[in-house]
Design a protein around this ligand. Structure first.
Ligand code: HEM
Length: 237
């Protein structure tokens, strides 16, 4: 059993990272022009207009919650006088709402994929693998959040899962911290690793093409040749 725990929580995370990085580099090298969502907007846009933002904005908040819950040690929130009950109530309300929005968005995306013949026909083998994994990651995460909130449940993931997660960055995996977590947390983390390993070989690669440069790009300078010269949208005196 000890060897299994070491394999799952001490070795697998690094293997996953290698597949993610090497797979992305490979895909970029051999399929640079296929680095896209393979958008289906032309086939159907009414549902997509709601489902796309619901899923992606929900996920952004879920990611923000993961950064706080996994990377910020409990000792720090204690020092800031944020008690365990307050922290978890907040995680349940904010995290739960974001998780439900993500799930609802994903359910709508899957519904239109199944119901629209053209989108169904354009669904690839990699889609058929990645969508169920994505859906079960989200479902397991929501179940973990809900189980942590039920009265009498004593598991504090910030003293287990989060300790293991941070230990990975120190290259000294705390295998026992994760091996002792309830099954749903372990399932959630294993499915998440499967998702990260599949990432480069599916449409999820489009996440790496977010044009973050737009946030820091300089003003576009417009200039008139004649009278009333305009710079950066404002007239120059
Ligand atoms: C190894 C990586 C991951 C770890 C260690 C992890 C850990 C956790 C933990 C501990 C919770 C419970 C939070 C709480 O009760 O407040 C949770 C919830 C959740 N996780 Fe993850 N997670 C990982 C990756 C992912 C990924 C890749 C996704 C989605 C694509 C995801 C989606 C969710 C959702 C939707 C919830 C429920 C809503 C929420 O609390 O935000 N997780 N995760």
């Amino acid at each position: 059993m000890k060897h299994l725990h070491t394999a799952l929580w001490g070795v697998l995370p690094y293997l996953t990272l290698v597949v993610l990085v090497a797979g992305t580099a490979w895909r970029y090298h051999y399929d640079r022009f296929g680095f896209t969502t393979r958008s289906s907007q032309l086939h159907e846009s009414r549902l997509l207009r709601v489902a796309g933002p619901l899923f992606h904005y929900g996920l952004l908040f879920v990611i923000a919650g993961h950064v706080a819950g996994l990377l910020v040690p409990e000792s720090l929130t204690d020092r800031l006088h944020v008690g365990e009950r307050v922290y978890h109530a907040n995680a349940l309300i904010a995290g739960g709402t974001a998780g439900l929005a993500t799930l609802a968005g994903l359910a709508l995306l899957l519904y239109r994929r199944v119901r629209t013949p053209a989108i169904r026909a354009a669904t690839s083998r990699s889609d058929r693998v990645v969508y169920p994994v994505l859906a079960t990651v989200v479902l397991a995460g929501l179940t973990a959040t809900a189980s942590g909130a039920t009265a009498g449940s004593a598991y504090d993931y910030r003293l287990g899962v989060s300790v293991w997660f941070r230990s990975l960055f120190a290259l000294d995996p705390d295998v026992t911290a994760m091996a002792g977590a309830p099954l749903v947390y372990r399932l959630h983390a294993l499915l998440a690793m499967a998702l990260f390993a599949l990432w480069p070989f599916t449409r999820l690669v489009h996440a790496f093409t977010v044009p973050l440069g737009y946030l820091v790009r300089p003003y576009v300078v417009y200039r008139h040749r004649g009278r009333g010269e305009v710079r950066a949208g404002r007239p120059v005196r």
